[in-house]
Design a protein around this ligand. Structure first.
Ligand code: PLP
Length: 395
């Protein structure tokens, strides 16, 4: 029996949602019928337990400068132990207003302008911005798509790139956005070994860690062993997990004291990393009280995955890359035969009235792919896919 409401389609027009506003920004006024399943936040209200904690704080608290209390750390470390089997030392944790600010800070801590950094495209596009804006050259260790539709790391290429003397860091994404791989312990260990051998620091973005689908388990990079942990930054946040992105709170785990010191210096050099009062309150409540909400959400995501799996199976030219984790679906639409990725995008927005994250955003190897956000009521997903089917049948 469900306790929480994952069925109501929320009215988001006129809200401050960046995802819904993107339609006006990119398509102009008069396109209110277009549905976005793009930006990675959810079309669900937060767990009531989190809302209660925020209301309580709004009623009673004073909003001066904050620090993360022992209770906060107990909530965070408890979560990591329970859900990820990882013992986290609170002294090794650095809070910030987001994973991307923390990643940018870590890049500044371990690289110099002109250095090279490995990323694995197709990948969350702010990784590209983070490198470019910090004066770093990207080495793209492109993921390989097997004939069976599974993305794999190209370890020979990774080894060659890591051996470049100017290569100082790698940005990993686990589970990987957008392709949905949950990297195995063996894969992560191979990456870790290559990086240790060549003096490359690992920056592992685990923001989707809580979304491993049945049969898969997110392995925390720093759980691989001390020597791997000492060469790594691990970026986590409850903001994807509990749909709290607007509240700004994330936790970087930095087991190595020297990397931590460099991170702290880099953070001071940009005026310090901050975290908001309501971010702390909400995240603490989420870790302590919202686990049943997440467990129910995972069931909804499985249902939605089934819906998009059926859609892909009955649609010529579209193949679902079966995700092992995240709440995103990566669709290979090359078989639809559009002349250009732009034409495919124009068709989706103009004819199907659906706004997705086009694959090209994640790198050229994502051309003609589409990323669909499954964290929405099933009826909304069905509406989007029906529109897409209808538009294709009329093409
Ligand atoms: C892989 C990945 N990292 C980071 C972020 C953004 O994190 P934050 O909002 O905490 O900066 C996202 C958001 O979609 C993401 O998918």
């Amino acid at each position: 029996m469900s306790v929480y409401d994952f069925d109501t389609i929320l009215e988001r027009h006129g809200s401050s949602s960046a995802k819904w506003h993107q339609i006006v920004e990119e398509m102009g006024q008069g396109n209110e019928d277009v549905v976005p399943l793009s930006v990675a936040d959810m079309e669900f209200k937060p767990a009531p337990e989190i809302v209660e904690a925020i209301v309580e704080a709004a009623t009673h608290d004073v909003f001066g400068y904050d620090y993360a209390t022992d209770d906060y750390f107990a909530a965070f470390t408890g979560w990591m132990a329970r859900r990820h089997n990882l013992a986290v030392d609170p002294d090794a944790v650095r809070l910030s207003d987001g994973v991307m600010p923390a990643i940018n800070t870590a890049l500044r801590a371990v690289t110099h302008p002109g250095d090279k950094v490995i990323i694995q495209r197709p990948v969350y596009y702010p990784f590209t911005f983070a490198c470019e804006r910090n004066g770093l050259t990207i080495l793209d260790n492109t993921l390989r798509l097997s004939d069976e539709g599974r993305y794999e790391m190209d370890f020979d290429d990774l080894e060659a790139k890591a051996a470049d003397p100017r290569c100082t860091a790698i940005l990993l994404c686990n589970p990987h956005n957008p392709v949905g791989r949950v990297w195995t312990a063996d894969e992560l260990r191979r990456v870790g070994d290559i990086c240790l051998e060549h003096g490359v620091t690992v920056l592992c973005d685990d923001i989707h860690a809580d979304f491993a689908h049945p049969g898969h388990r997110t392995v925390m990079f720093s759980s691989l062993g001390e020597r791997y942990a000492n060469n790594a930054f691990e970026f986590t946040a409850p903001t994807k997990t509990f749909n709290l992105a607007g509240l700004l709170c994330s936790n970087a785990i930095i087991p190595n004291p020297e990397l931590r010191r460099r991170f702290d210096v880099a953070a001071e050099n940009i005026g310090g990393l901050t975290v908001s009062h309501f971010g702390l309150v909400a995240c603490q409540a989420a870790y302590n009280h919202a686990e049943p909400w997440l467990d129910e959400l995972m069931v909804v995501l499985q249902r939605n995955l089934g819906v998009i799996r059926d859609f892909a199976a009955r649609t010529d030219g579209i193949r679902l890359i079966e995700p092992e984790g995240t709440y995103l679906a990566w669709l290979d639409c090359r078989g639809l035969g559009f002349e250009t990725p732009e034409a495919q995008c124009e068709f989706l927005r103009g004819k199907a009235r659906v706004f997705l994250d086009e694959g090209s955003m994640f790198g050229q190897c994502g051309d003609y792919f589409e990323r669909v956000n499954l964290a929405c009521p099933t009826a909304l997903l069905e509406r989007v896919l029906d529109r897409w089917s209808k538009a294709l049948s009329e093409r």
